[in-house]
Design a protein around this ligand. Structure first.
Ligand code: FES
Length: 73
């Protein structure tokens, strides 16, 4: 079954690609198939660390975490 994230178009840009530390990455909800499809084609993709920041649910638990911007493509 293919899961589509509401409000997330397959043609999205991936310019919000960021890297998170493993200890932060592991606490987040899993990436949707749509997010992962964009990420694997993005510059510098990291299996355990890459996220599209526009797809993250920012909660108090993320307050203060360090986010590294992915290189521009
Ligand atoms: S995919 Fe374009 S801003 Fe996140």
């Amino acid at each position: 079954m293919h899961r589509t994230t509401p409000g997330f178009a397959r043609s999205s840009c991936a310019t919000c690609h960021v890297f998170l530390a493993t200890e932060v990455f592991d606490t987040l909800a899993e990436r949707s198939e749509d997010e992962l499809e964009l990420l694997v084609e993005a510059e510098g993709y990291q299996e355990c660390g890459s996220r599209l920041s526009c797809q993250l649910d920012f909660s108090q638990e993320l307050n203060g975490v360090t986010v590294t911007l992915a290189p521009e493509e």
